[in-house]
Design a protein around this ligand. Sequence first.
Ligand code: G3P
Length: 218
Amino acid sequence: MKFFIDTANLDEIKEANALGILDGVTTNPSLMAKEGITGEKNILNHYIDICNIVDGPVSAEVISTDFEGIVREGEHLSGLHENIVVKVPMILEGIKAIKYFSSKGIKTNCTLIFSAGQALIAAKAGATYISPFLGRLDDISVNGLDLIAQIRQIYDNYAYDTEILAASVRHPMHIIHCAEIGSDVMTGPLKAIKALANHPLTTSGLETFLADHAKGNS
Ligand code: G3P
């Protein structure tokens, strides 16, 4: 399973990249605003900064909601760097734009996926990735993992190339369950990625090894 980090924070992206297990980055307008990145020029420059840190796909989201606007914005974004993936909202105008981008070889990430039907039409339009929002479904007492499994089955039935990019991942168990189901990618916060390394028996075992080594060498 590919690991993307879901943030626009350059320090966190650098830290995750330094681990050597990072495959890409996803951002969204809320994450950009959280970092205080505002204004078109600053936003575009920030995407370039991210692309210069990570050698992998970087999702940059359009703001337009009409076909012409999405195409204009997406073409501009994809021209910024070869690693840019144009993130398009799951609306019918977005589906039309994804079909257009697909015919032009521009990579897309269809975002705000909350149902199998949405995932199906995004794949038919030729989306490179679709982003089902796991945590936000859990937030409303709907099992987000069930949706990932349902989409996995549908895509496997027809051998769609579209990759399932589990988004709105909140904690390490989400990541593990996504891997069990066979999500192609997960995007999550740095904290959840780092938490995968933790186990109390590893911590206590290492403490013992180091203490025994120190005793033997004192
Ligand atoms: O990739 C989408 C993600 O950023 C949404 O996460 O935690 O805001 O639901 P969250």
